[in-house]
Design a protein around this ligand. Structure first.
Ligand code: AMP
Length: 254
């Protein structure tokens, strides 16, 4: 039975509780003065790896968190360390937006470097909503993948993953090494305690550039325009069911 060396990619994104505003140039969202946090699905991925270790201490050798982003992305890595990750790598790409294929190529290099045999990613990053990185990484590594996991069970080298599908559940099994992406209902992430947050500030953090991993930050997509959805017309309040039916008839909806 191989010991688990789990890699958890965590993305720094605008906090999920904040309504993003589109910038004046309509090229993206406003990032100045906005709170950033760990992407919620990545937080679930980290939580799952911590629970796997808590379920069987001998099973897990290392939990490594990696983030690709600006220097400030080290905040989400510090949070990961405070919650229980053992080691971390920041791949500093400055303010560059990195497309999922490039993220997957960088992660492939980190998998090789860290000798990981299980990668648990979020099913999507809530900023680009791409839902592609885990799948692309599985393709590059030629590893089996179970996406949108709502339950993960590990027995020896065998991993069983339940996925929520419309009106039921889909249960898959694969042998390590493999890729899992997390769905919302997999678990409820813990908060980092203040003493652990303080301790995490002193822990070492590996910093790399994409060029250290021989990966070019090339782009295949160009954002033409980002715009708000068309504002909806205000509704009307009706006094009775009869009035509602009459209005629906007028609108030819009945
Ligand atoms: P996406 O395919 O962009 O929706 O992202 C899916 C998952 O891939 C995220 O939940 C992360 O686990 C991982 N990921 C994507 N981009 C990054 C990044 N810049 N840094 C670290 N992990 C990332």
């Amino acid at each position: 039975m191989s010991k688990l060396r789990i890699l958890v990619p965590v993305k720094r994104v605008i906090d999920f509780a904040i309504k993003p505003r589109i910038n004046k140039a309509q090229t993206g969202v406003e990032k100045k003065g906005v709170k950033f946090s760990i992407n919620p699905f990545c937080d679930i991925a980290l939580e799952e790896s911590l629970r796997i270790r808590e379920g069987n201490k001998d099973l897990v050798e290392n939990i490594h968190a990696v983030s690709i982003g600006p220097t400030k992305a080290q905040d989400v890595l510090r949070t990961a360390l405070a919650k229980g990750a053992d080691t971390t790598t920041l791949i500093d790409v400055g303010e560059e937006e990195v497309e999922p294929l490039t993220v997957a190529k960088l992660l492939q290099k980190v998998v090789e470097k860290e000798n990981s045999n299980l990668v648990i990613l979020g099913k999507q990053a809530i900023d680009d909503d791409a839902n592609q990185t885990g799948q692309m990484l599985a393709g590059l590594l030629n590893w089996p993948q179970a996406t949108n996991a709502s339950k993960v069970e590990i027995s020896g080298d065998k991993v069983t993953v339940t996925r929520e599908i419309d009106g039921g559940a889909d249960t898959l099994s694969a042998t390590l090494p493999m890729i899992i992406t997390t769905d919302l209902r997999l678990n409820e992430p813990r908060y980092a305690s203040l003493p652990n947050v303080m301790k995490a500030k002193k822990k070492p953090l590996e910093k790399l550039k994409a060029s250290d991993l021989q990966i070019e930050l090339s782009k295949r997509l160009e954002t033409l325009k980002v715009e708000e959805p068309v504002a909806r017309e205000a509704g009307v309040t009706v006094e009775s069911v009869d009035e509602l039916i009459s209005k629906l008839k007028d609108a030819k909806a009945l």
